[in-house]
Design a protein around this ligand. Structure first.
Ligand code: HDE
Length: 689
């Protein structure tokens, strides 16, 4: 990726569009920031070899001062994130729906920058925290930058922006002790949400495995809010945006997440980086649910309420195009850290709804960028800069990068005919919706049902997904030491589903101790909506997944080759784990470099595993606790496990029966058919029953 040879070179998008200037300093002497060549970068200027330092050492002072200011404030939420470049391409013209140019031409590729994030943790927190994931996309369109700043969960905790600081304060580390980090499993969070029944729907999603995705590449994205699209004639429709990953939507399970956070805290960022470096470009389909204002008025929930989703059975998805991420960043700070998303960045053809959470966000993001990036000129930072021309009379400010010419910095003017002018025909115009009413601080009655859609989510889950949700609630509430919070939550869960409430109460050892809660409106009895479940609709595939092979020096060459082929055929990755880090030789003498040594490559890092030592090395492995844990964990995490003859004693030691179920497969003869069929099901869910 590094551009060699030129002092400055430009990165290109897949479609050849120029993205930004990178600086290579190959072959140049080391200089100060003023360009003065440095003769000695190892020693400070002192009086004699053992004497005091001199204040005049401008080389030392410049270097240290710059270092002292290297950090900028991390994002107040979504601090931990990772991003990549790519492009968006419409499938066809969508002129009937919107005039937005980037959604019209199927031949054109619009450059994008996409950042995924967790919400609660600091920038250095682990990737597998239980949390909603941010899914932000900046489209560098020909009509200006459009930011679609969404999440991987289609609803949110609160209905009004004024509650956001309280929500975030409750989930962040408690202010006196500054822990727990990147966790909702503590008193203040559960106290807040249990006092805000509007959170119930979101809590169901957060306690499900949606909150611990397998990979950014296997995550859906949602706008959460309703937006408007407007066509050339000025007709408007409401829309909700959906991103669907080509690989399908998959998650890890909680016991895995806990271990992955220790084994590889960068699990998600490493996965995205490696996939893109390998040319295995992740892809998502962008769709919208389109509906008129009249249709919206007929729904039994309010489309302006961000705690509600629109079931696909009610409004199906209309695909608009695809996004492909095909280039890693050149510099994490310059790009991923400095990228500034604002939901208020829209282009002609896209407009806002009156969702009160969205309306608050339209203010918040610009404000936060000013304090985070420190200047109203943050739009001039390469990753934020529009790739279409932009011109106005805004001037000066900290870190102004542009040298404006001429004596005119006002509009209207008659002194500079070439200066920028308004364009009433093509410029952005807001949809002229009729708005009237009293000034009030009041929640609409149409926002009052907090339980029906929480129940919709529950009844749409497979039995295995329901078990994970119960486990999620039990874990989190178990970390609250205030019994009053637990009983309040159990009261809410009873409104959602009696069975759910009972299972959670049982897991907590608190049967029969739920608070009595009276919902404001009767709770509905919705029909399941299968697309809400990950595993009702998951593709049976190994694409994008990782097979781990635990083996040893002398591995059977044809066995190894069959697995390499299998991974290729299934578009999966094979990674080799060996007891020690150094290279091994196959039975035919070929050198193979392992990807992990055993203690650094536990089986939690893989989607399915094969244990195939040589007979002689199996005796050593049997005495290695890491090797036995490898098998035990894989079995406990419901993974499909292949084994050869030599591995059998290890399974015995791990107390995993080699005929336990369809997911423990003898692959001694090098035939992986049964293994592959089982692994494509992702997990052997029945193992936990
Ligand atoms: Fe954000 N949010 N948010 N948010 N949000 C930020 O902006 C805020 C909300 C989301 O990758 C901040 O640049 C308020 C919903 C993402 O850089 C801040 C409210 C959704 C990202 C902010 C919300 C989101 C942010 C922090 C309630 C899903 C990461 C740093 C009214 C639709 C963007 C920053 C990135 C980031 C405020 C609620 C998504 C403080 C006030 C709902 C993906 O401005």
């Amino acid at each position: 990726m590094a551009k060699k040879g030129n002092p400055a070179s430009s990165s290109k998008t897949g479609n050849g569009g120029e993205l930004h200037q990178t600086v290579s300093r190959d072959g140049q002497p080391l200089t100060t920031n003023q360009g003065v060549v440095v003769s000695d970068d190892q020693n400070t200027l002192t009086v004699g070899p053992r004497g005091p330092q001199l204040l005049e050492d401008f080389i030392l002072r410049e270097k240290i001062t710059h270092f002292d200011h290297e950090r900028i404030p991390e994002r107040v939420v979504h601090a931990r994130g990772y991003a990549a470049h790519g492009y968006f391409q419409a499938y066809k013209g969508n002129g009937k729906l919107t005039k937005a140019a980037f959604l019209q031409d199927p031949e054109a590729q619009t450059p994008v920058f996409c950042r995924f994030s967790t919400v609660a943790g600091s920038a250095g927190s682990p990737d597998l925290a239980r949390d909603v994931r941010g899914f932000s996309v900046k489209f560098y369109t020909s009509e200006g930058n459009y930011d679609l700043v969404g999440n991987n969960i289609p609803v949110f905790f609160i209905q009004d922006a004024i509650k956001f600081p309280d929500l975030i304060h409750s989930v962040k580390p408690e202010p006196d002790r500054d822990f727990p980090q990147a966790q909702s499993a503590h008193n203040t969070f559960w106290d807040f949400v249990s006092l805000n029944p509007e959170s119930m729907h979101m809590l169901m999603w957060i306690m499900s495995d949606r909150a611990i995705p397998r990979s950014f590449r296997m995550m859906e994205g949602f706008s959460v809010h309703t937006f408007r699209m407007i066509n050339r004639k000025g007709d408007s429709k409401f829309v909700k945006f959906h991103w669907r990953p080509k690989l399908g939507t998959f998650s890890v399970i909680w016991p895995e997440a806990v271990k992955i956070n220790g084994a590889d805290p960068d699990f998600h960022r490493r996965d995205l980086w490696n996939a893109i470096e390998a040319g295995d470009f992740p892809e998502w389909e962008l769709s919208v649910q389109v509906f008129s204002e009249d249709e919206a008025n007929g729904f039994d929930f309010d489309v302006l309420d961000p705690t509600k989703l629109i079931p696909e059975e009610l409004v199906p998805l209309t695909p608009l195009g695809k996004m492909v991420l095909n280039r890693n960043v050149d510099n994490f700070f310059a790009e991923t850290e400095q990228v500034a998303f604002c939901p208020s960045h829209v282009v002609p053809g896209i407009d806002f709804s009156n969702d009160p959470l969205l309306q608050g966000r339209l203010f918040s993001y610009l404000d936060t960028q000013l304090s985070r990036l420190g200047s109203p000129n943050f739009h001039q930072i390469p990753v934020n800069k529009p790739k279409c021309p932009f011109a106005n009379f805004q001037r000066d400010g900290h870190m102004q990068m542009e040298v404006s010419t001429g004596n005119v910095a006002n509009e209207p003017n008659s002194l500079d005919d070439g200066s920028p002018r308004e364009d009433p025909k093509n410029g952005f115009t807001s949809f002229p919706s009729q708005e009237s009413g009293q000034k009030l601080r009041i929640r609409p009655e149409s926002f009052a049902d907090h339980y029906t859609q929480a129940r919709l989510f529950w009844v749409s889950m497979t039995a295995a997904e329901q078990r994970q949700i119960v486990g999620g609630f039990a874990f989190e509430l178990g970390k609250c030491d205030q019994v009053k919070i637990r009983t309040r939550m159990l009261g809410h869960l009873q409104q959602i589903d009696r069975d759910l409430a009972e299972q959670v109460a049982d897991a907590l050892g608190m049967k029969g101790s739920a608070d009595k809660i009276k919902p404001k409106v009767p709770v509905g009895d919705p029909q399941p909506s299968p697309p809400l479940s990950q595993y009702s609709v998951a593709p049976q595939s190994l694409a994008g997944k990782k097979i781990g092979l635990l083996t040893t020096d002398g591995v059977d060459a044809s066995f190894h080759q069959s697995l390499v082929k299998l991974a290729e055929q299934e578009q999966a990755t094979l990674e080799i784990v060996t007891p020690k880090a150094g290279p091994i030789k196959t039975s035919k003498g070929k050198t193979v470099m392992p990807d992990h040594f055993l203690a650094g490559g536990p089986s939690v890092l893989f989607d399915c595993v094969v244990v195939a030592p040589t007979a002689s090395q199996s005796e050593t492995l049997i005495a290695d606790a890491d090797a036995i844990d490898w098998i035990r964990d894989a079995f406990g995490h419901m993974k499909v496990i292949g084994f050869n003859d030599a591995a059998k004693p290890m399974f015995e030691k791990a107390s995993v029966a080699i005929d336990a179920d369809e997911g423990v497969v003898d692959v001694s003869d090098g035939n992986f058919d049964a293994f592959t069929t089982a692994a494509k099901k992702h997990r052997i869910w029945d193992r936990e029953c």
